[in-house]
Design a protein around this ligand. Structure first.
Ligand SMILES: Cc1ncc(C[n+]2csc(CCOP(=O)(O)OP(=O)(O)O)c2C)c(N)n1
Ligand SMILES: [Mg+2]
Length: 284
């Protein structure tokens, strides 16, 4: 095997181990808090691990570094996944994750940039992250800055009209410093997106708004590293990555199950989930 192959294999193995550990912590946090968004946290875990581990240029010692890449977690209900990624990236101690949603914690149910280091924008109400990201990307262009803007939305979230106003502006303004990642798990709260408000043909919609679009398996680290390495897909166009994912990924009895949107694991379910994740780490 060539040196380049060995180093990619090492990166992938590190990401896989870290994402597995993050999933276990995330589930414990939700269990302890008695609240959280289990399914969506687990669907975004591999994307976030890859972004914070290998893609984003951010500095945990200086979260406000003006040259940082901006990452906006538009699906802010999945704060558990964001906080675990930030803690593993060094923005605050791992032990602080145990305070998730406790009184006086910095780690609120919806991320607050005035509290948790590394949170770029307050989110939680769906449909706000992309408009803010477009504003940031316009700012970056005006400054001729090298930093980039990334935003992660849910797929159900795309039913918010504000996304499409932002999409139009991003295309019109040729914001090739902007990347949207859609966590395309096919489920929202209470039902499948297809039964609620059909999104397909999703890629064609973004293309029609002037974006360059590609697809990725949102749980395949090699594919994720490759697609993030190709940004921007086309000079002069914002990039849209449709990441095909599974809600509840990593725990068999949570995967693709709509009720796990915000179901909290019982003691027994937590133990079974942790055992499965530990086994996956051993067996691979
Ligand atoms: C404006 C707004 N309406 C409703 C909600 C309540 N809510 C929280 S998560 C969610 C479903 C989101 O589904 P999706 O975007 O597909 O996220 P994921 O599947 O990744 O969890 C809803 C309706 C909200 N947070 N904001
Ligand atoms: Mg969804």
């Amino acid at each position: 095997m060539s040196e380049a192959h060995t180093s990619i294999a090492r990166k992938i193995e590190r990401l896989r181990r870290q994402a597995n550990e993050m999933r276990r912590r995330n589930l414990r946090m939700i269990h302890e808090a008695g609240m959280g968004h289990t399914g969506g946290d687990l669907s975004a875990a591999d994307i976030l691990t890859t972004l914070y581990g290998e893609v984003l240029s951010v500095n945990p010692d200086d979260p406000a570094d003006p040259n940082r890449d901006r990452f906006i977690m538009s699906k802010g209900h999945c704060s558990g996944a964001l906080y675990t990624a930030l803690a593993y990236a060094g923005f605050f101690p791992l032990e602080e994750l145990d305070t998730y949603m406790q009184p006086l914690s910095r780690l609120n149910g919806h991320p607050d940039r005035t509290k948790a280091p590394g949170v770029e924008t307050n989110t939680g109400p769906l449909g706000h992250g992309l408009p803010v990201a477009v504003g940031a990307a316009i700012g970056g262009k005006l400054d001729r800055a090298a930093w980039r803007v990334f935003v992660l939305t849910g797929d159900g979230e795309l039913q918010e009209g504000s996304n499409w106003e932002a999409a139009m502006t991003a295309g019109h303004r040729s914001l090739d410093n902007l990347t949207l990642i859609i966590d395309r798990n096919g489920l929202q709260q209470g039902d499948a997106t297809a039964n609620t408000n059909r999104l397909d043909p999703l890629a064609d919609k973004w293309r029609a708004f002037g974006w360059a679009v590609d697809h990725v398996d949102g749980h395949d680290y090699k594919a994720l590293l490759h697609i993030f390495g190709r940004l921007p897909f086309e000079p002069g166009k914002p990039s849209c990555i449709i990441a095909h994912t599974h809600k509840g990924r990593g725990v068999s009895f949570m995967e693709d199950r709509v009720e796990w949107h915000h179901k909290v694991p019982s003691q027994d379910e937590l133990a079974r989930a942790i055992a499965e994740l530990e086994a996956a780490l051993r067996d691979a």
